[in-house]
Design a binder for this molecule. Structure first.
Ligand SMILES: Nc1ncnc2c1ncn2[C@@H]1O[C@H](COP(=O)(O)OP(=O)(O)OP(=O)(O)O)[C@@H](O)[C@H]1O
Ligand SMILES: [Mg+2]
Length: 275
């Protein structure tokens, strides 16, 4: 059964311009999907449909077997489909870091002992050990974003939706969050990640590219993120390995086009050892 199912979904904010137009897609249990697309292509609008923050004007969104139009299921859907938003200032709710991270699981009636463990595990996962008693207002943008991510992780949702959640993180923070997401995904969590970083998208199992509210293409990172001209048309870059493989080919070095840095490295080492 699909965990997330969009059927013929269209949505407008103003009754005129389509932010989403005839979207059909399904995301299965345990998938790691990246949603890509230029500014204004509809990524955040799509994410907000997954946890019933927005409801379709036309078509249906079914999450964990429940239509998001069914208001009796809104709480259930929001507690199982945890979302980290683009702007952390929009989602910190408490004055102290530990209270903020505990807010979600507390509302799910997680017992106090387990709550403590969840809060400290979640803070460790985002590299904020020891920040428990800090005031959220005193944190930097990236630290606030980490607290917001920890708050959602502490809810242990079945579906984790990250809307450019790494945008304010430093490179090490971004890598750390990707590692945590991969581990959670290996443990069975379904991950939907919106990102402008192609090297993050290259690590997903599937990428879905939006353009003007429509699905422009989808497939494995290797299938989609090696298509030079298509990506350029969709305002996207190639991941590092694909960019380098094209540059090497243009320079006459016979390598495959790949999104995987390790396999490009191996191919180059093999060529170098023959030379
Ligand atoms: N609250 C709103 N009111 C009116 N129009 C909106 C609102 N939010 C988004 N839109 C419009 O809907 C379209 C899709 O916006 P959305 O925020 O989903 O794009 P996005 O792909 O997330 O872009 P970005 O990469 O900039 O975050 C855009 O044309 C945008 O101007
Ligand atoms: Mg957005």
């Amino acid at each position: 059964m699909s965990l997330i199912e969009f059927q013929d979904v269209s949505f407008t904010y103003d009754g005129e311009t389509f932010a989403l137009k005839d979207i059909n897609l399904s995301i299965e249990q345990g998938e790691f999907v990246c949603i890509l697309g230029g500014n204004g292509s509809g990524k955040s609008t799509l994410a907000k449909h997954i946890n019933a923050l927005l409801l379709p004007d036309k078509g249906s969104v079914v999450v964990l077997g429940h239509d998001t139009q069914d208001q009796t299921m809104t709480y259930f859907i929001r507690s199982h489909a945890g979302m980290v938003f683009q702007n952390p200032d929009d989602q910190l709710v408490a004055n102290l870091v530990e209270n903020d991270v505990a807010f979600g699981p507390e509302n799910l009636s997680v017992p106090t002992d387990e709550l403590r463990v969840r809060v400290s595990d979640a803070l460790a996962n985002v590299g904020l050990q020891g920040f428990d008693a800090r005031e959220t207002a005193s944190l930097s943008g990236g630290q606030k974003q980490r607290v917001a991510i920890a708050g959602v992780l502490a809810m242990q949702p079945q579906i984790l939706i990250l809307d450019e959640a790494t945008a304010m993180l430093d490179p090490r923070g971004r890598k750390g969050l990707m590692r945590v997401c991969r581990e959670l995904n290996e443990q069975g969590m379904t991950i939907v990640m919106i990102t402008h970083y192609m090297d993050e998208a290259a690590q997903a199992k599937r990428v879905i590219v939006l353009d003007a509210g429509k699905v422009a293409c989808q497939g494995s990172p290797q299938e989609v993120l090696t298509q030079h001209e298509l990506l350029e048309r969709l305002h996207l870059d190639l991941p590092f390995a694909a960019e380098l493989s094209y540059a090497l080919k243009r320079a006459g070095i016979p390598v495959h086009t790949t999104v995987d840095t390790d396999s490009l490295k191996e191919e180059l080492c093999a060529l170098a050892s023959k030379a």
